[in-house]
Design a protein around this ligand. Structure first.
Ligand SMILES: Nc1nc2c(ncn2[C@@H]2O[C@H](COP(=O)(O)OP(=O)(O)OP(=O)(O)O)[C@@H](O)[C@H]2O)c(=O)[nH]1
Ligand SMILES: [Mg+2]
Length: 456
C-alpha cells in the first residue's frame, strides 16, 4: 500500500539531552526537508546515507533554528521503505519543537504512535513479528524481557518456525481425517495410538516453553527485595542506606515502621523494587498487627529476602518461628549492630541450622560493601537462571501458546474419538493462524502499535 502523505515526529523522548533525533517519511520527505534547510542545494545534491551538517530554518520566516546533521534514505532502502530523512539536533525540547513545527509548516503531518513502523510493515520491510520484536526491545525493563525481545528480533524469519508447527498440526489433522473416512467405511471410529506421537511432541515443546515463561513472569514486573526482621534491628537504616537518602523514619523506639515502604533502585543495572517492612513481633495494637500481616505478605512475594536481626539482643520466639517458615527463600541473613556486640550466640545458633549470616554495622559502615556485593550477586544469579523460551517470546505469544496447549491436550485426550479430536485440532490451528496474524489481522496490528511511542 502506498501512503500519500508525509509524516514527521521527534524520535527521541522529550527532555533535555545532548542530542535529539527527528524523522520524516513519505513521498515528499526530501522536498519538505529542503524547505527547512538553509543549504537547500547542498541538501538536494547530498547522496543518500551520507551525513552532512546543515542549518535548520523556519520555511516561512527563514529564522535560523539550529545546526543539525541530516541523513537521507531513498525508497525503498529505508526503515519505512519510503523516502526518509533523519535529523540530529541539540537535545533541547524547544529546538526539537521548532524543527518539528518547521517540517509541519512545510507540508508534513504529525506522525501517529508507531506510524513509522506501521509503514515499514505495510511496505513489507518487516513482518508482524519483527514489529512485535521492535516493541519488545523498546519496552523491556528486565534482562528476561530483553533476551526474549532480542531472540525475536534476530530470529530471521520467526514466522517460519510457527508455520512449521502449523504444518505439523495439519499433517496430524490429515491423518485423523483419513482415519475417519477409512474407519467409517468399516463402521467404527477409533484412532490408532501410534499416530499420536507427532502431536505429543508438539505438546511437549509448548509445555517446555510455558514453564520457562512462568519463571520469566514471576520477575517480569521487577525483582522484589524485601527487608524484614524483628523490630529495632536496623531495617529502615538499611533501606535508607541502599536507596541513598533518608526515605524511611529511623528511630530507637521499636515499632517505628508500621506500613511497608518501597522504592525502585538499580542493582547491577537491574531495576529492583526494594521494600522496607514493619518489624515482626507480637504487636501491641491493631495498627502494628496489620503492619506485621503486611510484612509477612511481602516476605511471601519476595524474590530476595534480607533478614535483619540485631547483635545485641537474643532471638525472640516469634523471630525463630518466622525464620523457619521462610528457610526455602532466597535469603541474606544479617546480624546488625556488631559495633555494640559480636552477636556470637546468634551466629552460633544460625550455624547449627547451616545458615551463614553476615555480621554488619550499618552505623559504623562495617561490611556494608560485602552486603552490597552479596545483593548484587543474588540479583545477577536470578537473572542468569532465566531460560529464554523457543517460541513464546512475549505476552501475546504466551496467551496464544496457552490456548494452543489446551486445544492440543484435548485433542490427545479425545484421540480415540477421531471426530472430536479433529475438532479440537482445528481449533488449535485457528490459534496458530491468529499467532501468524492471518486472522484478526487489524486487531492484532492495532494492539501492537497501541504500545508504540510517537516517532517509532
Ligand atoms: N549501634 C547501632 N545502632 C544502629 C545500627 N543500625 C541502626 N541502628 C539504630 O537502631 C535503631 C533502630 O533502627 P531502625 O532502622 O529504625 O530499625 P527498624 O528495624 O527499622 O525498626 P522498626 O521499624 O521499629 O521495626 C535506630 O536508633 C538506629 O539508629 C548499627 O549498626 N549500630
Ligand atoms: Mg523501620
Amino acid at each position: 500500500m502506498i501512503e500519500t502523505d508525509t509524516i514527521a515526529a521527534p524520535a527521541t523522548p522529550r527532555g533535555k539531552s545532548a542530542l535529539a533525533a527527528l524523522r520524516i517519511s513519505g513521498p515528499a520527505a526530501f522536498q519538505i526537508t529542503a524547505r527547512c534547510i538553509q543549504e537547500k542545494i547542498l541538501f538536494e545534491k547530498t547522496p543518500a546515507r551520507y551525513i552532512q551538517l546543515f542549518i535548520a530554518k523556519d520555511p516561512i520566516t527563514e529564522k535560523t533554528i539550529d545546526q543539525i546533521t541530516a541523513v537521507k534514505y531513498s525508497s525503498p532502502r529505508s526503515f519505512t521503505g519510503e523516502d526518509m530523512v533523519e535529523f540530529f539536533c541539540h537535545g533541547g525540547p524547544f529546538i526539537v519543537n521548532e524543527i518539528h513545527h518547521a517540517l509541519i509548516t512545510a507540508g508534513a503531518r504529525l506522525a501517529k504512535k508507531g506510524e513509522f513502523t506501521r509503514r515499514a510493515l505495510l511496505n513489507r520491510k518487516i513482518d508482524l513479528m519483527k514489529a512485535e520484536a521492535i516493541r519488545g526491545l523498546i519496552e523491556c525493563n528486565s534482562e528476561a524481557e530483553f533476551l526474549c525481545a532480542q531472540k525475536l528480533y534476530y530470529s530471521g524469519n520467526f514466522a517460519s518456525k510457527i508455520r512449521n508447527m502449523r504444518e505439523g498440526l495439519i499433517e496430524q489433522l490429515a491423518k485423523i481425517e483419513n482415519f475417519i473416512e477409512f474407519e467409517e467405511e468399516q463402521g467404527g471410529i477409533k484412532a490408532r495410538q501410534d499416530d499420536k506421537e507427532g502431536i505429543v511432541s508438539i505438546l511437549k515443546q509448548i509445555e517446555a516453553d510455558l514453564t520457562k515463561r512462568e519463571k520469566i513472569k514471576t520477575i517480569e514486573k521487577g525483582l522484589r527485595i524485601v527487608i524484614a526482621g524483628p523490630t529495632n534491628a536496623g531495617k529502615s537504616t538499611l533501606f535508607n542506606t541502599i536507596v541513598g537518602y533518608n526515605r524511611a523514619i529511623v528511630h530507637s523506639k521499636p515499632g517505628t515502621t508500621r506500613d511497608t515502604i518501597s522504592e525502585t533502585v538499580l542493582i547491577k543495572g537491574h531495576e529492583v523494587l526494594l521494600i522496607d517492612s514493619a518489624g515482626i513481633r507480637d504487636g501491641t495494637d491493631d495498627i502494628e498487627r496489620e503492619g506485621v500481616v503486611r510484612s509477612k505478605e511481602e516476605i511471601e512475594k519476595a524474590h530476595i529476602l534480607i533478614w535483619v536481626t540485631a547483635a545485641d539482643r537474643p532471638f525472640e520466639e516469634e523471630e525463630l518461628k518466622e525464620l523457619m517458615n521462610f528457610k526455602h527463600k532466597n535469603t541474606i541473613y544479617l546480624i546488625n549492630k556488631i559495633d555494640k556486640s559480636e552477636g556470637k550466640e546468634k551466629h552460633f545458633y544460625l550455624d547449627t541450622k547451616k545458615i551463614k549470616a553476615i555480621g554488619i554495622s550499618l552505623k559504623n559502615h562495617i561490611n556494608n560493601e560485602q552486603l552490597m556485593d552479596e545483593i548484587g550477586k543474588r540479583v545477577e544469579q536470578i537473572n542468569k537462571d532465566i531460560e529464554v523460551p523457543d517460541l513464546l517470546l512475549n505476552a501475546r505469544y504466551d496467551e496464544i501458546g496457552r490456548s494452543l496447549y489446551n486445544e492440543i491436550k484435548l485433542t490427545i485426550e479425545h484421540w480415540d474419538r477421531a471426530e472430536v479430536a479433529a475438532n479440537y485440532l482445528k481449533s488449535g490451528i485457528t490459534k496458530i493462524d491468529e499467532w501468524l496474524g492471518k486472522t484478526n489481522t487489524e486487531d492484532i496490528i492495532n494492539k501492537i502499535f497501541d504500545g508504540f511511542c510517537i516517532g517509532k
